[in-house]
Design a protein around this ligand. Structure first.
Ligand SMILES: [Zn+2]
Length: 242
């Protein structure tokens, strides 16, 4: 009796292919560039039908385990974030005062747009993030929550090109060397001032007052810039004295 022809495209086949590919990704069984075999190669390797292979690849992509680059193939991991790559290139050619100037150019504009678009639910989230910034116990948490609040305002503004510019500046800002400097510029008093400023920004956004939100964001960033400059000046004068 002839054996029945195995169905090469069942859900089970797709799941089996997925398991096999997942194991290859996790065991580092791919080339140095993380490239997966082609669909055709996977079909031959697993004896599965092309439909099952596609389904398995789609599932892995949905899980964030692989990404496809048009005309280049399928790769393990997440696609590189272009803002991260750009930020890494630029970071050595700039300094935190330039970054602060860049923030002063775009964040007030984002706050103004945010005031026009924000919904009550957005305001609630902003207040929550401001509260967490103030309640944070260590510099890393303060930066995390403050960064999240500024990002939330930028996202709510709903302008993709400006949001991309914001994200790149934010990436540069995350530079380790400057984190220590920022934490030195911070104390209980400046934190309270910042908290008050955050609330004024959110109040203006909630009131739909674009001009007021813009001015409030500018005032907040200006006071951060002043604190940073004070620390830099102190360090320089200490350097001269010692
Ligand atoms: Zn802030």
């Amino acid at each position: 009796m002839a054996l029945p022809t195995p169905d090469r495209d069942t859900t089970d086949t797709a799941a089996a292919v997925q398991t096999r590919l997942r194991a290859m990704i996790e065991n580092g069984a791919l080339g140095a560039d993380g490239r997966l075999p082609t669909e055709r190669e996977i079909c031959l390797m697993t004896r599965a039908g092309r439909r099952s292979v596609r389904r398995a690849l789609e599932a892995l992509e949905a899980d964030g385990l692989i990404w496809r680059k048009q005309g280049k193939g399928t790769f393990a991991g997440l696609p590189p974030d272009p803002t991260q790559v750009l930020a890494a290139e630029i970071v050595g050619e700039t300094n935190f005062l330039e970054v602060m100037d860049a923030r002063l150019c775009i964040e007030p504009a984002l706050a103004a747009m945010c005031a026009v678009r924000a919904l009550p639910a957005d305001i609630g989230r902003m207040r929550n993030l401001a509260g967490r910034t103030m309640g944070a116990a260590d510099p890393a948490s303060i930066e995390l929550w403050d960064g999240a609040l500024h990002k939330m305002i930028a996202r709510t503004a709903g302008n993709k090109p400006l949001l991309t510019a914001f994200s790149m500046i934010d990436e540069i800002r995350g530079n380790e060397n400057w984190r220590g400097l920022r934490s030195k510029a911070r104390n209980v008093e400046t934190l309270q001032v910042s908290d008050g400023e955050h609330h004024v920004i959110i109040d203006r956004i909630e009131a739909g007052d674009a001009t007021g939100a813009e001015a409030a964001m500018r005032a907040h960033l200006s006071s951060l810039a002043r604190n940073l400059r004070r620390i830099i000046d102190t360090r320089m004068s200490e350097g001269v004295l010692t």
